[in-house]
Ligand binder design. Sequence first.
Ligand code: SAM
Length: 242
Amino acid sequence: THFGFETVPEAEKAGRVQGVFGSVASKYDVMNDVMSMGIHRIWKDAMMDWLAPRKGQRLLDVAGGTGDISFRFLKRAGEAHSTVLDITEPMLVEGRKRAEAEQMASSLDWVVGDAMALPFEDNTFDVYTISFGIRNVTRPQEALNEAFRVLKPGGRLMVLEFSQLPNAAMQKAYDAYSFNVIPRMGKLIANDADSYQYLVESIRNFPDQETFLQMVKTAGFENASYRNLSLGIAALHSGWKI
Ligand code: SAM
């Protein structure tokens, strides 16, 4: 528990996640820009820089929501295919609208499903991404194991997620900001303080960079490493299925 917020019991997490994202879906893209002051775009571009998408690759974008990662990936690859999987259907509905508006619908599939039990065969994808999604998954290790299973040998995992700052003083300042400012902004802009309270809580409860790196290795990934973004407010983890 941090700042008096309760930790969500495991069994309730999936339901709560769908409640949160179901209710913010239509405002998700705008709120992302407002809350992060546009910085999520810089982090997503950094993800693409490290990932270096290539023509012909088959991407699985888990917890893909409205498709931010998939659209970037497809544009950079030139010609590729992405399957966007998410547990909250209204998020995918928003994404599909965007795909049609940007005339990219033919390069995308939209699948409702759970990161912990992917409805795909072994060795199917070249790249697996999960961006600001894995901290919402009830048991993140199971999602990583599934990522390993569905990737082809030679396939690449890339995780973008909020992370922890390198020292206690900085973390404290950041916590004070996020636990006070973010839920209030959520109330003001989206009239939804609860969803944004969930957001800061889930960020604070997620494992730090080194702990998560061990989880990536435990799933079987090799050459696993990470890069901090904005001093560790977020981090990218990469691994290969050899
Ligand atoms: N990837 C997008 C981005 O970076 O903008 C969307 C991220 S959004 C913050 C988190 C998404 O994770 C939500 O759309 C939510 O429905 C999805 N999600 C949460 N738990 C999930 C699970 N177990 N399996 C699949 N998707 C999940």
